[in-house]
Design a protein around this ligand. Structure first.
Ligand code: GSH
Length: 370
């Protein structure tokens, strides 16, 4: 676990293939749909895990599938949880590893040039920095992997969809987890107060798959390929590629917006925004999969991954409007977006990219008003 990205010999970043890829379905021999049987292990910083949280919320499954959040700091042993006995501040105060600067852990107080700050990455503010694992009382995400398969030797990644009954990992592939959550197998347990939504409607399936394919390779994973490149020529090629594909997304959204202005009239902003999405005039999986990367773009990827040809807010008015519409207009997006976890995780965990671990204060605000 010395590197936080897959090894490659040519200085480029290669993401590993996920090892567990089962689905939950009435016809599956083991993983049958049920309420309170499955559990999601996520990081609030991770864009792949973020998709699963958004989908869980959109599908009304927050009371059906529980969630544990790992600490934002990814260390050499991987992701960790706080333990249940770190649950109270009083208890944590007695713990020698607990340190919180006056005024809370902010980007300014976490500074590796301050010896105490190394300890600050061990902050144990339950439900702020992390939650715990109520199922197995594990301290490390790795324990879920090793419980499922003692011979597991690949990376211990989030998200993990866990079966509390067999105590095994169902899937650690976010693309597949969101398809499972969307598939309808949990609909009978879903919160009746949530408006039913189909994220991959049949008539848009091809368009969604097509958008997902280039968004995944060139934007979601593209920012990582730029940021983790170990040679300037690879970085320059990858960063140009990211922006070429942001241009492509901008063009799609601009065309959509123009068509909606035509349909509703330019002053009917509410109706325009109600229909303003990537594929068709409805919220789909394509939006769910692009959003986590765009939300992280200005706060983190611009400086940390050097994707700084421009920002979303300055260079992409239509993507920016789409982003703000999802964030401010839909709880499933806003309440699952934690800019503190996002900023602290990247800038404090990737010590090769940011050895001093000083977290940039800006941009301010993290996201513009609608
Ligand atoms: N294919 C996976 C990728 C997940 C992934 O790469 N997660 C990262 C966080 S953003 C992780 O957990 N990395 C931990 C590590 O590599 O040690 C998915 O989409 O579910």
């Amino acid at each position: 676990m010395s590197k936080q990205w897959a090894d490659s010999t040519d200085g480029s970043f290669k993401r590993q293939v996920s090892s567990f890829q089962e689905v939950i379905s009435p016809s599956h021999p083991i993983y049958k749909p049920a309420k309170n049987r499955y559990w999601l292990y996520v990081s609030l910083a991770c864009p792949w895990a973020h998709r699963t949280l958004i989908t869980r919320a959109l599908k009304g499954l927050t009371a059906v599938i529980g969630v544990s959040v790992v600490h934002w700091h990814l260390d050499s042993e991987g992701w960790r949880f706080l333990t249940a006995d770190q649950a109270t501040r009083e208890r944590a105060d007695k713990d020698a590893s607990y340190y919180e600067p006056a005024g809370g852990i902010t980007t300014a107080t976490l500074d590796y040039s301050n010896p105490q700050a190394k300890v600050a990455n061990n902050s144990a503010r339950m439900f702020v920095d992390s939650t715990f694992d109520p199922n197995e009382q594990f301290e490390r995400l790795s324990q879920l992997y090793l419980k499922t398969d003692p011979n597991y030797r690949a990376r211990y990644t989030v998200p993990v969809l866990w079966d509390t009954q067999t105590q095994t990992i169902v899937s650690n592939e976010s693309a597949q987890i969101i398809r499972t959550l969307n598939s309808g197998v949990f609909d009978e347990f879903a919160d009746p107060g949530t408006e039913p939504i189909e994220l991959v409607p049949k008539n848009l399936e091809r368009e969604i798959d097509e958008i997902n394919a280039w968004v995944y390779d060139n934007i979601n994973n593209g920012v990582y390929k730029a940021g983790f490149a170990e040679k300037a020529d690879i970085y320059e090629k990858e960063v140009a590629n990211v922006f070429e594909h942001l241009d492509k997304a901008e063009k799609i959204l601009k065309d959509r917006h123009e068509a909606l202005v035509e349909k509703h009239g330019k002053n009917n902003i509410t109706d325009i925004l109600d229909d303003y999405f990537l594929a068709g005039n409805q919220l789909t999986e394509a939006d769910v999969r692009l959003y986590p990367t765009i939300a992280r773009f200005d706060p983190v990827y611009v400086q940390h991954f050097k994707c700084n040809l421009t920002t979303i807010r300055d260079g992409y008015p239509y993507i920016s409007l789409w982003l703000r519409n999802l964030y401010w207009g839909n709880d499933a997006f806003r309440l699952t977006t934690d800019f503190n976890h996002i900023k602290l995780h990247y800038t404090r965990s990737h010590t090769r990219l940011n050895p001093l671990g000083i977290t940039p204060l800006g941009p301010r605000p993290d996201i513009l008003q609608l």
